[in-house]
Design a binder for this molecule. Sequence first.
Ligand code: CA
Length: 661
Amino acid sequence: MTRSPYRSAIVTLTALIAVTSGVAVAAQRPNIVWIFSDDHACNAIGAYGGRLQAENLTPNIDSIARDGIIFDRAYVGNSICAPSRATLLTGKHSHLNGKFDNRGGFNHDQQQFQKILQKHDYQTAMIGKIHLNGAMQGFDYWEVLPGQGRYTNPQFVTAEGKTQYEGHSTDIVTDRALNWLDNGKDDSKPFMMMVHYKAPHRNWLPAPRIIEKFRKRTFPEPDSLFDDYAGRGVAAHAQDMSISKTMRMAGDLKVNPDSERAAWLEKNPLEGDDLIRWKYQAYMQDYLGCVAGVDENIGRILTWLKEHNLEQNTVVMYSSDQGFYLGEHGWFDKRFMYEESFRMPLVAKWPGVIKPGQRNDDLVQNIDFAETFLDIADAPIPDDMQGESLTPLLKGETPDDWRKSLYYHYYEYPAVHSVRRHEGVFDGRHKLIRFYGIDVPNGEEWELFDLKTDPAEMTSIYDQQKQSNRIKELKAELDRLKEHYNVPENGGLPLRGKVSERKPNANAKTLKFKFKQGVNVKAASAPYLPGRGIQLTVSLTWNGTDGVLMAQGGASNGYALWIKDGHIHWTVTRNDAATTVSTEDQVPVGQSIITVRQEKSGEVTIAIDGRQAAQGSVGGPFLAQPFDGLSIGQDAGSQVREFTTNKYADKIGPVETLLIE
Ligand code: CA
């Protein structure tokens, strides 16, 4: 689509004013507070209506909408955490910013809006979850959660190093943001502050003050909770993100030994649909409790702005990296182009500019955010950003040539939740989706939905003869969008081989692995942990370097065996809590055999060359099966604890054999 002539006019006009009145205009440029959460579905926001609207979960977010504008048709280009954030910073779709999925790195050296803002005399700050490894660029201040970050006592990374804070992630992200406002920012310049919450991301752990309140509540079910996917193709059937099969009692729903929920289920054993209904309620109690925590904390930011007389000259925007399934189609998680995960919340207020109480239904996408920030700040917008500034829409003046369709592309497969790669086009009513790389003739399968007649997207009408003209038109539109956005075949990301679905070996007593240094054992073959004792034997030629011998899982649930200064440490994580058992003795440089035995009860013994070197407890059995495989000589994927690096494989000396039983 062509760039809006409207915007060029604005930029020119502002430039003229700047020439004549210089400093005065610069001083008036508004501050921008961008508040972003993780996996917050529109269905869990009062102002969006829907089945949860009567629950009064989000009074503060609703107040932003009431004082300003709510976008009913804001959408993500690739419905997953890290790629959504990469698009937020670059204003480009995944295939151009290089961040296709949650794996792999992000090129921080590339153009990002905050670098341009900084050059145009804005102070820039980024606090919270960004999920892009490596040092941030273009921020005067940044303090981010490493990776997914933790809910409890989270660590933050800054340019100077790491700090851990006590408390709940949502509260602390706000504390750190207010701390920067109070003590860090330079009052002579306008600022752009990004406040990014981890919540309400899986495993949905609200602050303790909220947990109890929400565990007494019940929430309305979606109509499609027991969807059988009859009207859709391979992808909807083959996903692994259902409340019934995928959602874990311990790791997700905190049904741990001695928990209230476990005691209740003991007295009221459930199965089949009743168990799914119970899991849905437990999921909603925890997820919506996290949402309530985010909303409370947004209230703190709004109050701060008011108390510091910055309310008038500050644009406040709230969004989330994508939507989420709250039991619709029987699911949790995201990834699909179906409405609940494709759609993202977007509300904004800007006193004096946005008229209160507006509702906008133009097609808006996350490629637009970077340009909007630059436009608000009167900074230049580079031609290679792929969105459009939302500023005219904020003012209630949609340009005549505003986009009439959206492009979508999801890449992360094979991967957790087994959602197939797909791309598609949406014109505000009809949605055409192409799933590819799947087990059907030609390797692709199409779906078409008419959201006017089928808003829940239950039945694809792609095979209906009478749709043939519409399909032709939508395919042409998809081609046009791919050309417009420069999308190569399949996004330019080669298809990866099929992997088997995750079937951890729950019965094997002894698992032997042959491996090379640094090789990972796939999740499908890694040992099954919940409720079991395990024994690991490592035959090691140690070269005196600190490092990880082996690890499975991450900071939520898993274990790591590691060496520091010759002491052997066994760290086990159980629902976000880490316990470590360590040896007093040191391993000698050279050959030795290390044995770790953890009983089902959580009792641990560590032996070096057959001599007992440590005894302790990690508090109980493993609670949940990690998503990650087993990594040897490193802690790949999400980390069990913060090791300084997870690439120890070359340094530590060969781990020769490994026996798990
Ligand atoms: Ca997310």
